[in-house]
Design a protein around this ligand. Structure first.
Ligand code: GAL
Length: 652
């Protein structure tokens, strides 16, 4: 299925019928509407105006389109903010109130806002919960986008105090758990507890860790209430949310998605690549400036599928230049089609483009749509028409699961730890996650992204880029697995209270690889040391641990001769950040042992299987050879991939 995001309230009603017909003729079947329209749905307090939305839904439905309603809670209107200014969140870096005038100006701890958001959500669900043209709902929009997970408000402080009381029971227990004797940080009562922000220098890392988890819990609590409000009226319609990856928001998406029917993601490969490579040399960005980073897009798609426990939606797909990255190039010709097919290869059930028509007013004037502001087809139009036809060739994808032999464990706690305790300016959990994932993809391996503690039955190789503060269940799941396991540096570095584990890192992970981290050094990313594996020389740097080897085989050493990578049975512990070459070397060997076939791919060629369909994607401006068997029967394309081309063949 293909769809589009549409804002009927932005356009004269006289255009709606024509728009709907053009959408249908392009091959689109779904339309998302409504997610920022609060000021039109309730122009004055308590006075709802659903008539225009009724007509918009009727118009779209009459053209055969199915409608997804976004609840408008990301944009509380001016009258509501004026009546209850305490809804506004407080910036944790400055202590200033974040004001009205854009979006996401609300505090997850504000009970007033919770009530108001439930009111508008309930009113919408009651009106459209049985509408025959409405197939489903999107809650709010990109929760925690624009850095809004945490707030420094009075409401947040009070809620944090309650959260701490529930967690620790006594204030002495909290003081002991956080080590508050240090720097006289001890509290005598719950109402003395401060949010760990705006202090002179570094605040307690334990308090910050707790504050992160509290903030995530507040978002989950708020969202669960919205889902329940919709569910009460929309019994036969599904509910989803367009997620931001948890490395970006710091919210535990595994908890956030629990009540949903499936998970959606908004895919903006060029904006994300421009930001990810902002400080990289030009020759790192240039080849991917108009394609996005193939493995970063894939990582987000695979994470979304992992959250969704099955098929997912791309609720928004970039169709041209966006407006929000430092630089906003045009996609290479063919890339909108490629991204669309890539999403289906990784398990999507629908790709919905953002947005129907480029807006000639307001904040996103420079953001491409499928139509230009003058209503004429924009650059991506023909590619979308093409891909709409090609999807029919693939047949039903519903029964084709993209399950993989390799699992990558994605861990929010590692993100918290690397944010809270910088220690080395070059160490970021997100980068480690991406690099481990990318090394697997460069070997042609399909990957599932799983939660820590998830059952690992069936996987042959399990890769853990970091598990900084593992819970008991996380360790137990790894112990129970019979896969080959790779555990990255800084794992088991902390307890869940952000203290050292008693017998030093990697804590309970020592049950898998009996090593002890004796000391840690961090280095500037351009000042690497060596990593010597047999007669091969690689690099180590950024974060290097000195390991005492209690049992096991040393696979690689630093230039000093100290152990850097240790294997014990089926588990391997990597005690440093390595270069990409070492990761490929390590994964290739383990994959071969596990009976997995690998194909060394150039950075511009990627493969993905979905059921019996094999996809090859060429991100290069010149043709490439698809690594298909000689007998392969192609459904799309051929053995020679065109520039930015896609080929699909069926397995025998
Ligand atoms: C998304 C957001 C949309 C729109 C889009 C522009 O993050 O959900 O509302 O702003 O970015 O690329």
């Amino acid at each position: 299925m293909l769809g589009v995001c549409y804002y009927p309230e932005h356009w004269p009603e006289a255009r709606w019928t024509l728009d709907a017909a053009m959408m249908r003729d392009l091959g689109l079947t779904t339309v998302r509407i409504g997610e920022f329209a609060w000021s039109r749905l309730e122009p004055d307090p308590g006075h709802y105006d659903f008539a225009w939305m009724d007509r918009a839904i009727e118009t779209l439905g009459a053209a055969g389109l199915k409608v997804v309603i976004g609840t408008p809670t990301a944009t509380p209107p001016k009258w509501l903010i004026d009546a209850h200014p305490e809804i506004l969140p407080v910036d944790i870096k400055t202590g200033h109130v974040r004001g009205f005038g854009s979006r996401r100006h609300y505090d997850f701890s504000s009970d007033v806002y919770l009530g108001e958001a439930l009111r508008i959500t309930t009113a919408l669900a009651a009106r459209y919960g049985t509408n025959r043209h409405v197939i489903g709902w999107q809650t709010d929009n990109e929760l925690c986008c624009h850095d809004t997970a945490m707030s420094g408000s009075a409401a947040a402080r009070q809620a944090f105090q309650h959260w701490c009381r529930d967690r620790y029971g006594t204030i002495d227990a909290l003081n002991a758990a956080w080590g508050n004797v240090f720097w006289s940080m001890e509290y005598r009562d719950w109402d003395e507890i401060e949010l760990p922000i705006l202090a002179v220098t570094e605040t307690s890392p334990s308090a910050r860790y707790a504050y992160r988890q509290f903030s995530s819990d507040q978002v989950v609590r708020w969202h669960a209430a919205m889902v329940a409000a919709i569910r009460a009226h929309a019994k036969d319609q599904w509910i989803t949310h367009n997620f931001i990856p948890m490395e970006q928001t710091g919210v535990d998406n595994f908890a956030l998605c629990e009540q949903l029917d499936f998970v959606s993601f908004d895919n903006y490969p060029l904006g994300i690549a421009d930001i990810a490579l902002a400080r990289a040399p030009a020759d790192a960005l240039m080849p991917f400036m108009r394609t996005g980073l193939p493995d970063l897009t894939a990582l987000y798609l695979d994470q979304t599928r992992g959250l969704s426990k099955g098929a997912f939606w791309l609720m928004e797909q970039q169709p041209g230049p966006v407006n929000w990255a430092p630089h906003n190039p045009m996609p290479a010709p063919g890339m909108v089609r490629l991204w669309t097919l890539q999403a289906f290869a990784h398990g999507a059930a629908c790709v919905s483009y953002f947005r129907w028509r480029q807006a000639p007013f307001a904040q996103e004037q420079m953001h491409a749509g499928l139509l230009r502001p003058d209503h004429q087809p924009a650059e991506a139009w023909d590619e979308i028409a093409q891909v709409a036809g090609e999807l029919a060739l693939l047949g039903s994808l519903a029964d084709k699961a993209p399950q993989a032999d390799v699992a990558v464990v994605v861990d929010i706690h590692s993100r918290y730890v690397s944010d809270i305790e910088r220690q080395g300016a070059g160490y970021y959990y997100d980068r480690q996650l991406f690099r481990y994932f990318s090394a697997l993809r460069a070997l042609g391996l399909d990957v599932d992204c799983v939660a820590p503690g998830q059952d690992l039955t069936g996987y042959k190789l399990v890769v853990v880029p970091g598990l900084a503060a593992p819970g008991e269940a996380d360790v137990a799941a790894l112990m129970a697995s019979d896969a080959r396991i790779v555990i990255g540096p800084r794992s088991g570095a902390k307890t869940r209270e952000f203290t050292f584990p008693e017998a030093l890192p990697p804590g309970d992970l020592r049950g898998l690889v009996p090593v002890r981290v004796r000391a840690v050094e961090t280095l500037r990313p351009d000042c690497n040391g060596a990593l010597i594996a047999g007669n091969q020389r690689f690099e180590s740097g950024v974060w290097r641990e000195l390991l005492d080897v209690l049992d096991g085989e040393v696979l690689a050493r630093y230039e000093t001769g100290d152990a850097a990578v240790v294997r014990h049975g089926r588990a391997t512990y990597v005690g440093c950040v390595t270069d990409d070459g070492y990761l490929r070397h390590l994964f290739e060997g383990l994959a071969a042992e596990a009976g997995l076939v690998t194909t060394a791919l150039p950075p511009t060629l990627r493969l993905r299987r979905r059921g019996d369909l094999n996809f090859a994607f060429n991100y290069a401006p010149e043709p490439a050879e698809a690594p298909a068997p000689a007998t392969a029967a192609f459904i799309i394309g051929s053995a020679v991939l065109s520039p930015y081309g896609v080929s699909v063949w069926r397995s025998e």
